[in-house]
Design a protein around this ligand. Sequence first.
Ligand SMILES: [Zn+2]
Length: 210
Amino acid sequence: MTNPFLTVANVRLIEQQVKKILSAKSSSKDPEVLNAVKGLAVAEIKEKLPNATAEILHAISNISDRTDAELFKESLKRYTIPFKTISEKGLQKLFRKDKKLKLPKLEMVDWHSISYLSWLDSGTHRQYIVIEKDGAFVALRGVSQPQYATKGICAICNQHGAVHLFTATVKGNADMYTSYSNYICDDVETCNAHVTDYEKLEAFVARNLV
Ligand SMILES: [Zn+2]
């Protein structure tokens, strides 16, 4: 039994490459084109994930249709390190200053498919974000501004899509408050599917906590 060694973001990166293979497959009948795309996919994964095993790289080169891709994605699950499970109590502790904290439905969360946990209180428009850093949780709270919904680049996953303004307010020295606003994806699930670089996610949270 192999120990899980891929983060969810690592898995998303691999999936992105698999998607490129499938789209090359559907747009060209030339086997050489397909092989070239596979070569690039493998090279990219090797470069960004030096710990990817030969078995994984081999499986990627053998993908030739959607069924292979699905089976391969399924096979990655056993190597995936899920997001550290957090309980309702744990969340209450993280956001202890928040009176009447509205909690997400934790039983609905697929811990194997998220790089960060986020939910919105539609009453107060507060949006909560939790990431993991060095085995601990880091919590960020901001205000989601759906009135500023638009299309743009998300500050978390860096993909283009439907975004809204997220504003975090930080108390600095001498009771001065500073607000930081960023556009982030409207849909947390879609965003999580696009997070391939955990460091960028950490940097986003850190920027808003300062
Ligand atoms: Zn996003």
